[in-house]
Design a binder for this molecule. Structure first.
Ligand code: NDP
Length: 338
């Protein structure tokens, strides 16, 4: 049975083999293309709100000088200006106390022109991240981390959902991948990816298995999945022979790979990528071995898969928050409803 399915996939292989390169069989689910579709929808939505005198606004709180955090926040602010959202960056020094930061969040909660508040993590050691995140008004919780947002997700009520798993659902929906009735395996149970991911898939009527570091016989569990979501932070751990032929593989993992021996293993079938790794000494790789693309029916690349959707969903959540905060006065357009 498995062999017949595998033959089918091989027969629809469309990539021409070049010397030293293996053919891909999987359809590549491009996150950048899906992000562009979402942005096009959001631009219409934002124009509609502007015509009603509403410009959704995002406040980004960036504490200290962490270069990675600065880069993330800059790209979020740039996305706001590309889409015509109001944005504001608040940049307290890394000596700030929990009480001072709580006061800043309180001010943002009270400002009506701010629809979304994001507090970029990590926060300095002396600051209680939990107290800060819990202080964000749940109506403005565009990261979807507040316990009220999580509770709404569990209860299946409308609300703001964590951006990365929401982005994965957009990839599946916009790529026409059937979720209802599918066996879905989520590897990882973190609050920001694995748990909300599993809940979203369950609400979309998949039969969901959640795996973590104590799961026994992980490869066997993954082999039963029609949809695999890998979110462990373990470079290239999911092997091609863990994947059921034809399955959809969503690779959330974003790992900085510097281990040359592992890079040689992961990119043995991709000489160009290996060459680039040797030049730069690192690359960004997912949790799934790239050769899984020879077995899967559809797969997200890393980079360029789930990554671009995270910011897109932050923008989408800001617009959603602007509508939800104003209740029935500006109902969500039919196109935006999942
Ligand atoms: P966490 O470290 O918070 O969680 C990792 C999860 O993976 C845990 O639940 C852990 O299990 C599980 N895990 C770890 N090792 C294994 C193993 N050997 N077998 C099975 N399960 C294992 O990570 P995050 O959820 O924050 O992120 C996961 C990955 O997704 C990272 O690579 C991160 O960079 C990426 N990411 C990408 C985003 C994007 O925009 N593309 C956004 C957010 C994250 P246990 O609970 O038992 O410890």
């Amino acid at each position: 049975m498995a062999l017949r399915a595998y033959d089918k996939i091989i027969s629809r292989c469309s990539t021409i083999c070049r010397a030293g390169e293996l053919a891909l069989t999987a359809r590549i689910l491009s996150g950048t293309e899906i992000r562009d579709q979402i942005y096009a929808d959001l631009k219409k939505d934002i124009a509609e709100l502007k015509a009603m005198g509403i410009q959704p606004g995002l406040a980004a709180v960036l504490v200290g000088n962490n270069p990675a955090s600065q880069m993330y926040v800059k790209s979020k602010v740039a996305a706001c200006s590309e889409l015509g959202l109001f944005s504001e960056m608040i940049t307290p020094p890394d000596t700030i106390s929990t009480e001072e930061l709580l006061a800043m969040v309180g001010q943002l909660n009270r400002r009506d022109e701010i629809d979304g508040i994001l507090v970029q993590l990590p926060l300095p050691k002396q600051v209680s991240a939990k107290r800060i995140l819990d202080a964000v008004d749940p109506e403005k919780d565009v990261d979807g981390f507040h316990p009220v947002s999580v509770g709404r997700l569990v209860a299946g009520q409308p609300g703001l959902v964590a951006c990365t798993p929401a982005g994965v659902m957009e990839i599946l929906r916009r790529s026409g991948i059937a979720v209802e009735g599918a066996n879905a395996v989520v590897m990882g149970r973190s609050d920001i990816v694995g748990k909300p991911m599993a809940l979203l898939l369950m609400h979309a009527h998949a039969t969901v298995t959640i795996c973590h570091s104590k799961t026994k016989n992980l490869p066997d569990v993954v082999r039963r999945a029609d949809i695999v979501v890998a979110a462990m932070g373990k470079a290239g751990m999911v092997q091609p022979d863990w994947i059921k032929p034809g399955a959809t593989v969503i690779d959330v993992g974003t790992n900085k790979l510097t281990d040359a021996a592992l890079a040689e293993k992961l990119y043995a079938s991709n000489p160009k990528r290996l060459e680039k790794f040797r030049e730069k000494g690192f690359t960004t790789c997912g949790d799934v071995h790239p050769d899984a693309a020879q077995v899967a029916g559809a797969i997200t690349p890393v980079p360029g898969g789930v990554g671009p959707l995270t910011i897109a969903m932050l923008m989408s959540n800001t617009v959603k928050a602007a509508r939800l905060r104003r209740g029935g006065r500006v109902a969500e357009p039919a196109a935006a409803k999942g």
